[in-house]
Write a protein that binds this ligand. Structure first.
Ligand code: HEM
Length: 546
């Protein structure tokens, strides 16, 4: 009798699962509600069990068994319906090639990324499937050079994808998808990176370069080599502390990383694996034991922001512009969220990318001594007619700039690139049509190494940006800082830091690999967690006879 009664509920659960996919889950974004759904799927069955026991006189065991079976059936039919639809020929992206199981779920992508080599996996996929690869149920990775301006250019209607909302409810410029809201916030940020602001940052950067040079001298006197991956990280964090919050974090002085920044690294690893599945990432970061760690870093960023607000700035730093800017809302909780979120972005976005670019720059300097010689020769010439100010380095040091440009081509600090979402009406790239609401990835590491964009694409040739311009086929596909409205606001600051650091260090030291080092670890073992998690690079700096 009981089993007879159960036939209908089972059928209902199965049909309800399919219908909830077709009429609810298929139609909109759900990543922001993922934790709510988890709570509902845990607590609703408990309420039903209680109801059955109290109102329908079920035993606890019978009601638990029934509800458990129905829930499993509902979930299985929902997920089966989703997976079948995504793999079927009726799906909008069916015609795009890609690994079969990645069509069904992004969980396969996360599983693949468990080794944190995301950009290498994307590269292999493009080698196997071509320029357009379906890397998820509604995601394409594209290395067609024509796609760059179509997706990222200033007239593109693409917006940032769901990926950028993983920090919700925290707000920040980086996490803003709405174009109008982003534009408004960006106007405030831009003030912190104006020519005048950059001039004010220059002496701060110089002082941290001096500290770095002092530490390198101490090490070289003791015949010790320097782990460039670590020390450039200290340098870039200290610069960021200084230009954003008006005081360095003291890493160069102490020669040790703050424990909170080590936590940031762990958080970045989580992003490297689970970032490909925003809904899952948002569930994980709300679980109490993970949230606790995650919050330590956020609280620290908030503290930097609050401390800075208490202090009077000696010079206008980035935060002073954000404090005085339009907080977007009169709600102080909301304004507080923005300032905390923006503080976090300035620390993360402003430090890691510069550190990795400098580490790879010194790899290429150590690999071939003629590169440092060329930079030095140029700077010695320049010194005859000018100082080595940031402005002079920017406008007159042609080889130095070409060298940096080439480093960023082969090792863009965001190697897997960035994600955008097509507008409702879809997007045309040449003859190709991409439907609306599709996530598009521009995998920079692969794009910058494409033979369609550069001749001898795997060779490090700074001259391609000066005297050998025939080696650049598609300049518009070179976008280490992205481009268009969401492009990097800190580009000029980053380049200024790199120019000053490289110029000063090369003038003071000869640069070689330390004994037993060939840079292979840096190239092979550096990880991808949106920015690059650098493997060690041991460099021997030898003071030059001046
Ligand atoms: C070599 C160094 C750097 C590289 C290659 C780089 C690259 C990028 C890229 C590719 C984006 C766009 C990301 C996306 O849309 O997903 C971006 C955004 C951003 N970067 Fe950088 N960045 C660098 C240094 C810096 C520095 C020093 C700062 C200073 C604070 C900074 C602050 C930001 C911010 C705030 C955004 C978000 C901009 C917006 O949403 O309007 N970056 N960066």
């Amino acid at each position: 009798m009981l089993s007879c009664n159960l036939i209908n509920p089972w059928l209902c659960a199965t049909i309800f699962g399919v219908l909830s996919h077709l009429f609810y889950f298929r139609n909109a974004e759900h990543h922001k509600q993922s934790f709510l759904y988890l709570k509902i799927s845990l607590f609703l069955p408990c309420a039903v069990i209680l109801g059955l026991c109290t109102l329908a006189n079920f035993t606890l065991f019978a009601s638990f068994k029934l509800v458990f079976q129905l829930e499993i059936l509902y979930l299985v039919s929902t997920f089966a319906s989703i997976a079948i639809y995504r793999c079927s020929p009726v799906h909008r992206l069916y015609k795009f090639p890609g690994p079969f199981f990645w069509r069904a779920s992004k969980l396969t992508h996360a599983y693949k990324n468990r080794d944190l080599y995301g950009f290498r996996h994307l590269d292999s996929l493009h080698k196997e499937f071509g320029e357009y690869v379906r890397t998820g149920p509604s995601e394409l990775s594209i290395t067609d050079p024509d796609s760059v301006i179509a997706i990222h250019g200033s007239s593109s209607k693409c917006i940032r994808s769901a990926w950028y909302e993983m920090g919700d409810p925290l707000r920040s410029i980086f996490e803003t998808r709405s174009k109008s809201e982003h534009e408004r916030r960006r106007r405030i940020w831009d003030q912190g990176f104006s020519v005048r602001s950059l001039q004010a940052y220059e002496p701060r950067i110089e002082s941290h370069v001096n500290q770095l040079i002092h530490q390198i001298k101490v090490k070289s006197k003791a015949a010790e080599s320097v782990n460039a991956s670590i020390w450039f990280n200290y340098f870039s964090f200290d610069v960021m502390g200084d230009v954003a919050f008006g005081k360095g974090f003291g890493l160069l002085e102490s020669g040790a990383k703050l424990s909170v920044l080590k936590m940031l690294e762990n958080g970045q690893k989580g992003l490297g694996v689970f970032g490909s599945v925003p809904w899952l990432f948002m569930i994980l970061t709300k679980l109490p034991w993970i949230k606790k760690e995650y919050d330590v870093f956020l609280n620290w960023c908030e503290k930097q922001m609050l401390d800075r607000r208490e202090r009077k700035a000696e010079f206008p730093d980035i935060m002073s512009h954000l404090f005085s800017g339009d907080p977007m809302t009169s709600d102080t909780t909301e304004a507080h969220r923005w300032l905390t979120g923006d503080s976090r972005i300035v620390i993360v976005a402003g430090s890691d990318a510069v550190a990795s670019s400098l580490a790879f720059a010194f790899y290429y300097l150590a690999q071939d001594v003629s590169r440092a010689n060329s930079i030095r020769k140029e700077l010695i010439e320049l010194e005859k007619t000018s100082d080595l100010s940031a402005k002079a380095l920017q406008t007159k040091a042609e080889y130095l700039n070409a060298f940096i440009t080439e480093v960023l081509r082969l090792w863009p600090p965001n190697p897997s690139g960035f994600l955008r979402q097509t507008p409702k009406e879809g997007l045309k790239i040449g003859e190709k049509y991409i439907p609306g609401d599709v996530t598009l990835c521009t995998p920079l590491w692969t794009l910058h190494r494409s033979p369609k964009c550069f001749r001898d694409p795997l060779e490090f040739i700074p001259e391609r940006w000066t005297s050998q311009s025939e080696l650049v086929i598609r300049k518009d596909a070179y976008v280490p800082f992205s481009c268009g409205p969401y492009g990097c606001v800190g580009k000029q600051l980053a380049l200024m830091e790199m120019r000053i650091a490289i110029a000063r260090i090369v003038m003071e030291f000869d640069v070689e690999f330390a004994s037993g080092e060939g840079g292979e670890r840096l190239l092979a073992d550096s990880k991808d967690w949106f920015t690059i998690g650098l493997a060690d690079l041991m460099i021997a700096f030898r003071p030059r006879e001046l």
